[in-house]
Every structure is written in C-alpha cells, then in structure tokens.
Design a protein around this ligand. Structure first.
Ligand code: NAD
Ligand code: WQD
Length: 354
C-alpha cells in the first residue's frame, strides 16, 4: 500500500517524502522535473536509507499515470505538482491553467478509474487575496471570503472548487485542502532545500543568493506599509513543519469511518506574522553579517498582511508549527553553504552573480 506523491522532487514534496518515509509509509513519486531535478530524490533516498520508486511522468499524460496506478496499490495521493510563480502566471496564464488545472483533472480521472478517492491538495494562502480588505480577517480564518488576484491563485481556487464538486457528486471522496502560508527553510541535514531556477522571486531564496554572492543586494519592496517597521507581514512556516502537516492531514482522512468522505480546508501557518526586516535580521544573524539591501518601491500585487489563523489545523489535525523563523534561517543557511548553487554545479551560469 503506497502513497503517491505528485511533485515529490520539488521543494515541499521532497521534504514531505522524507517525513512519510520516516513514518513508515511506502511512497511512489511522479514528477516531470519541470522545476526540480532527480538529485533531490537521490538525496532523499540517502536520508531515509530507502529506494523510492520514481516516475518521470507529466500528470497530463493520463496513460502513463494510469500505468503507475496499475503497478502500485495506491491508497492516497498527496498532490504538489504545479507551476507556482505568481509573476510568470500573469504572462502565460494558459500554461498555468493547462498544467495546474489540466494536470489535476487528469490525476483525478485516473484516481477515480482506480477507485482511489483520498487526496491531500497543496493550496495556498494566495486564494484569500487581500484579506485586509475585510474587517477582522487578520489572522485569516478558513472562512475568510476568497479572492485570488492572479492566474496562479485562480488555478488553486479552481482546483479547490473541482475537489468540492467531486465530493458533492460522490461522498466517498476525501479531499484535504491545505492552504500554505510562506514556506521557508530547509531540511536540517542540509541535503535538500529550495533550488529556484533563475532569479528567485521569494524573499529568503533571494537573500540566500545575496549571502553567497550570486546577487548583489536584496531589494526591499517598500517600507511604507502600516507595520512596526514599514515592511509587509507574512506567516513564514518551516518546510519541515509544513511537511508534517501533510502527514497529519493524511492520518485524519485515514481515520474517517470507511463509508465517510470529506471535503475540508485547513490553513497551514504558524499564526505569527513577521515583517520583511524581521526575516532579513534573522537571516543576517544566521549568516553572521548584515547583508546588503536597498529599499525600493512596492511590488505590484503585494499586500500588507497575510497571517494565518492556524487553530483549525491545531485542533482538528492535532498539528502545530513548532520551528521558529530563526531556526528556518539557520537551516536555510546550512543548506546554502553546503549547496551554494543548488543541486547541480550545472547551475553555474554566465549570468549568475549578475
Ligand atoms: P516546486 O516547483 O519545488 O515543486 C513542484 C513540483 O511539481 C516540481 O518538482 C515540478 O517539477 C513538478 N511538476 C509541475 N508540474 C508538473 C506536471 N504537470 N506533472 C508532473 N510534475 C509536475 O514547488 P513547491 O514550492 O514544492 O510547491 C509545491 C506545491 O505547493 C505547489 O502546488 C505550489 O503551488 C504549492 N505552494 C507552494 C508555496 C511556496 O511558496 N513554495 C506556497 C503555497 C503553495
Ligand atoms: C514575501 C515578502 C515581499 C522578495 C508568494 C506567493 C504566494 C505563495 C508564497 C505560492 C513580501 C518581500 C520579496 C524580494 C522583498 N506561493 N520581498 N524583496 O509574495 O508573500 O508569497 O510566495 O502559493 O502565492 O505570492 O512571498 O517571498 O515573494 O515575499 O522585499 O526580493 O518579502 O514584498 O512582502 P509572498 P515572497
């Protein structure tokens, strides 16, 4: 009996595969490596001392996907595979819909034809859009009205709706929708971590590249927000805590009565907000020196505050984020010093350091 992890070679997927394997689950990975490399899987295997079946398959290739379900007795799916760059999604929205929504529909059809009806889905806090537009919605509860503001976020909300419709059509489906806030950090071993292609979009991956000299300085996108230091507030969650949230959700689904299904959303966040400068200071401390930065104008689409109300996951799933932003910064720095150019030396490029 195995758990299929789509996108298991990626950042959050690889950390989740580690936790699943260490907790006795058999795992099968499907990933087309569009934003990852096989090296992450070989390092996971090294970490857990176990071979993990891997299939280089695009989810939209339902024939190839079906063969994986024929070969293994899959009892549940954790579905990470997606494109995730907000800015890119505004330029090539059709690719995002085709990959994220199309890939999910293909996956769900194959699951249905193999009578596998348990799925944990990677959603995102991005489905809330700007929750500060409402009164009393910070920290953000799952009941907050949704309103994504970019094509990537729209694909996540569309998939949530598809899962809900599927459950309404057949109450044997069990769908856990996990809305992640801002995942950061790396595995404490320093063997796996985030390895963005090209110029990082996200705060800590960018800062990490500044620290190893691949980027000159951090651009702080605005210091005129209504926060203690003028920079926006986010709920940064250690990727290992996040990975454990998936095990908690899976266990919750497995514990339901045999005839019961479910569709439910859970925020995975810490419930605590940190500003850009809070994170900047924590990472500079982990590195041991102040990193260069410059305050520039606001980034289009950024909002003041995205902090989770995490109590639903705390009480229902019995899961709580335990690791601090400081710990995540230490683990990120450990991963970065051991792998300054990510998984491959191929990542050296004439443009690096520009
Ligand atoms: P990632 O890019 O590192 O991992 C996604 C993996 O999916 C990659 O390995 C990629 O190769 C694979 N993939 C993409 N499309 C595929 C397809 N059609 N078929 C097979 N494999 C495919 O991203 P991540 O940060 O690990 O994110 C995992 C999930 O969590 C995504 O669904 C993402 O939208 C969601 N999420 C991420 C964040 C974040 O900040 N990292 C926040 C909220 C939600
Ligand atoms: C965090 C803060 C920036 C980079 C994104 C997606 C969201 C989710 C998580 C997938 C913001 C500031 C950043 C930089 C900066 N992903 N910043 N300089 O925007 O909260 O969330 O990732 O679902 O959907 O939108 O994360 O890391 O980009 O930004 O000042 O070079 O850091 O303004 O305040 P964000 P982020």
């Amino acid at each position: 009996m195995s758990i299929l992890v789509t996108g298991g070679a990626g950042y959050i997927g690889s950390h989740t595969v580690v936790e699943l394997s260490l907790h006795g689950y058999s795992v099968v990975i499907v990933d087309n490596l569009v934003n990852s490399s096989y090296d992450s899987i070989s390092r996971v295997e090294y970490l857990v001392k176990k071979k993990i079946p891997f299939f280089n398959v695009d989810l939209r290739d339902s024939e190839a996907l079906s063969k994986v379900f024929d070969q293994y007795k899959i009892t549940g799916v954790i579905h990470f595979a997606a494109l995730k760059a907000v800015g890119e999604s505004t330029k090539i929205p059709l690719d995002y819909y085709e990959n994220n929504v199309g890939g999910t529909v293909s996956l769900l059809k194959v699951m249905k034809s193999h009578d596998v009806k348990t799925i944990v889905f990677s959603s995102s806090a991005t489905v809330y859009g700007d929750a500060t537009r409402f009164e009393n919605m910070i920290p953000i509860p799952e009941e907050c009205p949704l309103g994504p503001t970019n094509p990537y976020g729209n694909t996540k909300l569309t998939i949530e709706n598809i899962l809900h419709d599927l459950y309404s059509s057949d109450h044997h489906w069990r769908a856990a929708v996990l809305r992640y806030f801002n995942p950061i950090g790396a595995h404490p071993s320093g063997l796996i971590g985030e390895d963005p292609l090209g110029i990082p979009n996200n705060l800590l991956p960018y800062l990490a590249q500044v620290a190893v000299g691949r980027r000159e300085k951090l651009s702080v996108f605005g210091d005129d927000y209504d926060s203690h230091d003028g920079t926006p507030i986010r709920d940064y969650i250690h990727v290992v805590d996040l990975a454990k949230g998936h095990l908690a959700a899976l266990a919750y689904l497995h514990k339901l009565n045999p005839d019961d299904g479910l569709y439910r959303e859970w925020n995975l966040g810490t419930g605590k907000g940190s500003t850009v400068f809070d994170v900047y200071h924590a990472f500079s401390k982990a590195v041991g020196r102040d990193l260069p930065y410059e305050v520039v104008g606001r980034r289009a689409g950024d909002v003041l505050n995205l902090t989770a109300k995490a109590t639903r996951a705390n009480t229902e799933l019995g899961w709580k984020a335990e690791l601090s932003v400081e710990q995540a910064c230490k683990d990120l720095w450990n991963w970065t010093t051991k792998n300054p150019f990510g998984f491959h030396v191929d990542h050296y490029s004439v443009n690096d350091g520009a």
